[in-house]
Design a protein around this ligand. Structure first.
Ligand SMILES: Cc1cc2nc3c(=O)[nH]c(=O)nc-3n(C[C@H](O)[C@H](O)[C@H](O)COP(=O)(O)O)c2cc1C
Length: 323
């Protein structure tokens, strides 16, 4: 399948693995890229720029296909060492960056000068247009269904994607709720040039996370995610557990006066405990509604081959047979 996204990134299949905190290590990115998709290392999971440089080098040892690095621009006072991370990306020879969070405009000149293509993740049409106008090469349009931060507009992909298609001239992929060949064909029909998956890629053989995380995704249904931190305007879709229900109870009790400090126990330092130790009650961790469509733990290659075979069959047989 050839789309503007496969052409832009030089990949075989229009399938991207979005940056994921404590999941997007070199093993994950290399497995996806080796399977013909675009794997992405999560920059901020690496504690320092030197650690990121090392992770990029490890990934290069595992694949000679294109892979990217995610840089999430957080609205924090103590900003991470973004210039250092950007240097590690450029010096590591990485040619694709997935940005997310705040406006990437201040950093784009560095990427452009190094010949790096930038795909910015957006949860709204207005942010997508802004990213196009400041010079991003592509957009990952992240609908309300998504695992992680869906923004505050709550527009699901059946509306968000065709709205993005109405406004954008640069290519975009559908992100949030994508799981299989059906998702891919639907995304293409709505104007996207491919898909970005987070949650689905966690339930793969190569995902470098604790087995209990993968089993939790297989066991979960589409009813098992919750939105936390909405009163802080930092909404995150997470898999429910006792800590999440406790957090939501605090939000109800404290109302609009709630502060980050009130929920710090349920959200701070949670990722290594969940992803590496398998301590499934440690706190809130991102998960999409797409958990309801995850029933197994294939290799990345089997997953991607299956998506492409199903998509091709839907297009050639089911859809062609209808017209
Ligand atoms: C466990 C987890 C961690 C994530 N961490 C990040 C992150 O650090 N930066 C980022 O831009 N997106 C992050 N995301 C969002 C994904 O890149 C992707 O946009 C999202 O998962 C798509 O929705 P889906 O889960 O329905 O596929 C994370 C998602 C998950 C599930």
């Amino acid at each position: 399948m050839k789309t503007r996204i496969t052409e832009l990134f030089g990949i075989e299949h229009p399938i991207i693995q979005g940056g994921m905190h404590y999941v997007g290590f070199a093993e994950m990115a290399a497995a996806v890229s080796n399977a013909g998709g675009l794997g992405i290392i999560t920059g901020l999971t690496q504690k320092t720029a030197a650690d990121l440089a090392n992770e990029i080098a490890r990934c290069k040892d595992m694949t000679d296909k294109p892979f990217g690095v995610n840089l999430t621009f957080l609205p924090t006072v103590n900003a991470p060492d973004y210039p250092g991370y950007i240097r590690a990306i450029i010096e590591g020879g990485v040619k694709i960056v997935e940005t997310a969070g705040n406006n990437p405009a201040p950093f784009l000149p560095y990427f452009k000068d190094a010949g790096i293509k930038v795909i910015h993740k957006c949860t709204s049409v207005r942010h997508s247009v802004k990213a196009q106008n400041v010079g991003c090469d592509a957009i990952s349009v992240d609908g309300f269904e998504c695992g992680g931060h869906p923004g505050e507009d709550d527009i699901p992909n059946f509306i968000l994607l065709p709205r993005a298609a109405e406004e954008l001239t640069i290519p975009f992929v559908a992100s949030g709720g994508m799981a299989d060949g059906r998702s891919l064909v639907a995304a293409l029909a709505l104007g996207a040039e491919g898909i970005n998956m987070g949650t689905r890629f966690i339930a793969t053989q190569e995902a470098p996370v604790h087995e209990k995380v993968k089993q939790a995704l297989v066991a979960a249904s589409e009813l098992d995610t919750r939105l936390v931190m909405r009163p802080l305007r930092n909404t995150e879709r997470v898999l429910t557990n006792a800590a999440v229900e406790r957090l939501l109870e605090k939000e109800r009790r404290l109302g609009p006066d709630i502060k980050f400090e009130d929920i710090i126990e349920e959200v701070a330092g949670v990722y290594p405990r969940i992803m590496m130790d398998g301590d499934m009650e440690a706190g809130a961790w991102s998960c999409g509604m797409v958990a309801g469509l995850i029933h197994d733990i294939p290799t990345c290659k089997d997953l991607i081959d299956r998506i492409m075979a199903q998509a091709n069959a839907i297009i050639r047989e089911r859809l062609a047979g209808m017209v």
